[in-house]
Write a protein of this length. Sequence first.
Length: 303
Amino acid sequence: MTTPPVGGAGGTGSVPEAPPTCYRHTDRETWIRCQRCSRPICPDCMNSAAVGFHCPTCVKEGSRTTRQARTPYGGTRVTNPGVTSISLIVLNVLVWAGVVASGGRDGSFFEQLALLPQTTSYVFGDGTTLTVEGVSGGAFWQVLTSAFTHLSLTHIGFNMLALWFLGPQLEMVLGRVRFLALYLLSGLAGSAAVMWFSNANGQTIGASGAVFGLMGALVVIALKVGSSPQQIVLWIGINLLITFTVPGISWQGHLGGLVGGVLLAAVLVFAPRQRRALYQWAGMATIGVLSLGLILLRAAQLS
């Protein structure tokens, strides 16, 4: 028995098969294939799987079709609760640093951010006059920027400490987007109360309205799950006592934020399971529009 020659003169050997190339990098030879679609993939495109490797296209498709874990009230479950709270704290600190660096209460940056219901002219002892634009004069951004504005280190310290303790708990239960909506809309509700019940020529600042909204939301959630809200109610009571006994604190913003937080949390946790997201966002949008409507109405009265 003889073996036929392979290649060479007079031989009958076949031409070797060219190695495949990566479907994303056509200049790279590879013999590795995706376990799902069999596309050839190079080391840079390999994604480890339970068996073999997957290509980037299959990984992306799998992520799109995989249902994400949800929180008890419909938000996307977070593995590291606190990211949104920390981001809000950082933003508040940056604004505070900017206010201090620009001259504090006497700086133009503070005047732009602080909530002033009515455009007001201040007359100083030397006879000079300073006109500060308020919401009635078109500075509508103040109803939100004031909730990120602080002057003293004590003021921002207490508010951010409360946000640090309250925020992650609510992020874990509601998800980041719903938590952020709760925070911002509670602050907006506090601003609406300031517009109607505070001195129209006085400036109001601070995240306290939004923080009180978080406190109110925790009470609602505790009642919904059958837990005792005694500790958080006691905390709210102590803060309200401070609010009404210490001069210079805006009880309007605190109560407005608290009421707003309670209403928003009720919308979030008592929404029916069927089409829950629709009811939640429609309810929160209604509260937001109502707050804005009250602000616009009061601004029109003061203009």
